[in-house]
Design a protein around this ligand. Structure first.
Ligand SMILES: C[S@@+](CC[C@H](N)C(=O)[O-])C[C@H]1O[C@@H](n2cnc3c(N)ncnc32)[C@H](O)[C@@H]1O
Length: 261
């Protein structure tokens, strides 16, 4: 039998690979949160390979990874019922909070996945996301923990396949060195343009944004656009991962196929 440790040590393209997830300590639920988490099945995105099928009707798709208490996602969903919204997080109390807001606001356009962000993106169809948000991802300030950070060049590469062309990716952090890493990862990739931006207008201030403000941290907001260029990568993530280290090649730049003799 393969142990958990052995699975996390395998490479991402190995079917037995399990990505290590680092979750905050409080995973127990309060008596108020518990009944909401019990409704998770109702909000769960059932068809990850066909996200449209899991909503009432096909609409543009917003994905937020690491939504925390879900305040921003639920407010967006309330204001824009013509969007489908998918929240991805691993923190049970936060998921219960988001479900509570969905129930109170009677939102029909929110789906939730209690899963790790990379893993979810890997399983989604290429070019299926119209908006991607990552706000105040865990900063992991100690250098020895930087490898736990969510936004890495590998993550940005994955995003380049999953977000449609000319669509926006918004991120924020209050960790100066993480901001540099995020900026570099997107700019070095080659399929994104953009950079530092203003805060997205009209959205509530998130819990961690407020914390950063209280601690008088610098706030870094980013907006990148995925260029509208086709890229050659198989849909199958297990195959895709194996070629991750190869340079990205826009289809337009691929050599023409050999002419038949
Ligand atoms: C620092 S909190 C920020 C929450 C919220 N975005 C905010 O601004 O208040 C980071 C969130 O990301 C979630 N998270 C951390 N790593 C994750 C991963 N690999 N996949 C999905 N969610 C993750 C955590 O559970 C937590 O809810």
């Amino acid at each position: 039998m393969v142990t958990k440790k052995e699975r996390t040590e395998k490479k991402p393209w190995d079917p037995q690979f399990k990505r290590r997830v680092y979750v905050r300590n409080r995973s127990s639920l309060s008596h108020v949160e518990k009944p909401y988490l019990d409704l998770l099945d109702h909000y769960k995105l059932k068809y990850l390979d066909e996200p449209d099928r899991s909503f009432l009707s096909p609409r543009p798709l917003l994905v937020e990874i690491g939504f925390g208490n879900g305040r921003i996602l639920s407010e967006f969903a309330r204001r824009y019922p013509d969007w489908n919204c998918l929240g991805v997080d691993v923190y049970k109390p936060g998921i219960a909070q988001l479900i509570k807001q969905c129930e109170q606001l009677k939102l029909k356009n929110v789906r939730i996945l209690m899963n790790e962000g990379h893993t979810v993106l890997e399983q989604m169809p290429n070019r299926s996301i119209d908006k991607l948000w990552v706000f105040f991802p865990d900063p992991w300030p100690k250098t020895k923990h930087h490898k736990r950070r969510l936004v890495t060049p590998e993550f940005v590469d994955l995003v380049s396949y999953k977000v449609r062309g000319n669509r926006y990716i918004n991120l924020a952090t209050d960790a100066d060195d993480y901001a540099l890493e995020i900026h570099r990862a997107f700019m070095d990739h080659g399929l994104f343009w953009g950079g530092k931006s203003r805060r997205l207008k009209g959205l509530p201030i998130s819990k961690y944004e407020r914390r950063g403000q209280r601690l008088k941290h610098n706030m870094h907001y980013f907006e990148f656009t995925r260029l509208d260029v086709e890229i050659a990568r198989p849909q199958n993530p297990s195959v895709g991962n194996q070629i991750q280290s190869e340079p990205i090649c826009p289809v337009a730049l691929l050599p023409p196929p050999p002419t038949p003799k």
